[in-house]
Design a protein. Structure first.
Length: 260
């Protein structure tokens, strides 16, 4: 994990623990922001750290050899931020819209030189001209900028002094601004392409803490893209890259701090 991000998350966690202790140490203290949750609509913003990775389903012919995976993924840690719009449905349910911008960089490694054995073609695959794979051919650094628009249904319990636990789940519309999906170049020219428009589902849990002026919510969220993100290489490109994968899907874990 990036050392700066790790330190930031540890510091944030310690601060949340101290704040929680301050909330509970006096049983007779007054409730704060008593009428806040009675508002029909409320607003806020959030900051987050993220961990991005890929779920890969390999093509059995081009993606594995002698029971070894020829394509591997390396996760990344980064950050993001967004806005919060909340609609109160009743005492226990809220509907939330939380559009945000997420940054990250992942790495795919293609150890697929052994696919040269299929160069003569098969009954289901055309022949191709083998090329020697250099380090630049084998490794793809995939920079990612995601516009993430989740719609979440939140279920929360009753307030306990100045805190309230909740769980939430919903769906996301995600736009990858660095997908290269419209590029005519492909991995033969060292350009990795993926889909621009994606759909995902999310699940989240956290605790809301009430203070005199604002509500602070630390939370953990998981987001998982449902569609296949692969944009296939051109027909004339050897099967070293996208042909080695059947499915590629983003998986993300977020540590979120919300301010309302």
């Amino acid at each position: 994990m990036n050392k700066f991000l790790l330190k930031a998350l540890v510091l944030a966690s310690v601060n949340v623990a101290l704040l929680a202790n301050a909330q509970f140490r006096t049983r007779n203290r007054m409730d704060k922001l008593e009428d806040f949750d009675e508002q029909k609509f409320s607003w806020g913003f959030y900051l987050n750290g993220n961990r991005l990775d890929y779920r890969i389903v390999l093509n059995p012919r081009y993606g594995s050899s002698n029971n070894q995976n020829l394509v591997t993924s390396k996760e990344s840690y980064s950050f993001g931020a967004g806005l919060i719009a909340k609609w109160r449905l009743n005492d226990y349910l809220d509907l939330r819209l939380e559009p945000g911008l997420q940054f990250g960089q992942r790495q795919l490694t293609f150890n697929t030189q052994s696919n040269d054995q299929y160069a003569a073609g098969t009954l289901t695959n055309d022949p191709f001209i083998p090329i020697p794979l250099t380090e630049n051919d084998r490794v793809r650094e995939i920079k990612t900028t995601l516009v993430d628009v989740p719609v979440l249904l939140e279920f929360h319990g009753q307030r306990w002094y100045n805190s309230r636990p909740y769980v939430a789940a919903g769906v996301n519309y995600i736009v990858n601004l660095q997908s290269n999906s419209d590029s005519s170049d492909d991995n033969l020219q060292q350009v990795f392409r993926s889909t621009t428009h994606n759909f995902a589902w999310s699940a989240e849990m956290g605790i809301q803490f009430y203070f005199n002026k604002f509500k602070l919510t630390p939370a953990i969220r998981g987001t998982f893209i449902m569609n296949n993100e692969i944009v296939a290489d051109n027909a004339t490109t050897p099967p070293y890259w996208t042909a080695a994968m059947s499915t590629l899907q983003t998986r993300a874990i977020f540590f979120v701090l919300k301010f309302e």
